[in-house]
Design a binder for this molecule. Structure first.
Ligand code: NAD
Ligand code: IPM
Ligand code: MN
Length: 327
């Protein structure tokens, strides 16, 4: 099995470096191959997503991605991660959010956000005129159907109780209305309870009734925002993993970004990267090793070993040593 490792920039290389130590420890037989992507790659090579990186992804069984910084001003810039999601048709963005150990986080939660990953507000199709900018936003029946089916099948397999379809169909009546209609069509006959909620109310419900949330299926931008919110409630951006799944390819990345405010300081929390690695191992069938990583993370945190964002004093390397010592 070949794993393409794309650390990116900012804290990406710090947390992915730690994650690869963990990966090599539990699955020494996996081959890791490194690829360039992001702002630091641009400064060296003049491109954000080189062709050899695309090739590496094509020939890998899974991709472990860190984070990349969006340049503030760059004419014609297209985010490499958005390009990868689109070009490899990674249509399902799976973002489970739960407290990584008891007592961590503002509220107790165990939810799964299933985010449509290829269209919605993310078409990038903006047209500038003298007065302003138009955005063409796309909601297709096909993409809505496959993400709702994905959420339904995942909920049935993992014995979840309820799916909440999150939308803004009260305003975006035709587009989000289509997403909501397709959701109920897909859910017909399923044993999973289905309901829908408008996105602003869902944002409030996540804070006030997190235990009533279970699986959320939603459009691209709402899923982006709600997943940062949920992560913050369950312990912070340092703890939330994610998977970008298609029928042929899969890319795994922490929910957080490149965190330029703490990059290079050695204090980034690698927990999200560890749990992302566990999701990747689960995906390629290495369930036992995935469980070992999750257990070692929980045990380290429960024993009080924590990075600064979780109120502790450990740096990335020292926290990683704690996790490695429990593997
Ligand atoms: P961010 O997620 O990078 O950081 C938000 C806050 O959370 C910061 O204060 C940061 O220090 C903290 N944080 C994030 N991860 C942490 C960790 N592992 N440990 C401790 N603290 C952590 O979001 P931002 O600051 O809005 O974005 C920074 C850059 O990252 C932007 O250029 C953005 O476009 C990019 N971004 C990239 C990705 C990705 O590559 N997948 C995802 C989100 C944002
Ligand atoms: C995420 C990120 C990306 C997104 C950015 C970096 C394009 O915020 O993966 O959550 O908006 O999807
Ligand atoms: Mn995001």
């Amino acid at each position: 099995m070949k794993i393409a490792v794309l650390p990116g920039d900012g804290i990406g290389p710090e947390v992915i470096g730690a994650a690869v130590d963990v990966l090599n420890h539990v699955t020494p037989d996996l081959e890791t191959m490194y690829g360039d992507v992001g702002l630091e790659c641009f400064s060296r090579r003049g491109e954000y997503l080189p062709e050899d990186t695309i090739d590496l992804i094509k020939h890998s069984d899974a991709v472990l991605f860190g984070a990349i910084t969006t340049p503030l001003k760059a004419e014609g810039y297209r985010s490499p991660i958005l390009r990868i999601r689109k070009e490899f048709d990674l249509y399902a963005n799976l973002r489970p959010v739960r407290n990584p150990a008891p007592g961590i986080g503002l509220v107790d939660m165990d939810i799964v956000i299933v985010r449509e990953n290829t269209e919605g507000m993310y078409t990038g199709d903006e047209t500038v005129d003298a007065e302003g900018v138009d955005l063409r936003r796309r909601v297709s029946r096909a993409a809505s159907e496959r993400i709702c089916r994905f959420a339904r099948d995942l909920s049935e397999t993992h014995k979840r109780k309820r799916i909440t379809c999150v939308h803004k169909a009260n305003v975006l009546r035709k587009s989000d209305g289509l997403f909501r209609d397709v959701f109920y069509e897909v859910m017909e006959g399923s044993i999973i309870e289905s309901r829908d909620m408008i996105v602003d109310a869902a944002a409030a419900a996540l804070v006030s009734n997190p235990q009533e949330m279970d699986v959320i299926v939603t459009l691209n931008l709402y899923g982006d925002i709600l997943s940062d919110e949920a992560a913050a409630l369950a312990g912070g951006l340092g703890i939330a993993p994610s998977a970008n799944l298609g029928d042929r390819h899969a890319l795994f990345e922490p929910v957080h970004g490149s965190a330029p405010d703490i990059a290079g300081m050695g204090i980034a929390n690698p927990t999200a990267a560890f749990l992302t690695t566990a999701m990747m191992l689960e995906h390629i069938g290495r369930i036992e090793e995935a469980v070992r990583i999750r257990d070692a993370v929980t045990a380290s945190l429960s024993a009080g070993h924590r990075t600064r964002d979780l109120g502790g004093g450990l740096g990335t390397i020292d926290f990683t040593k704690q996790v490695l010592s429990r593997l």
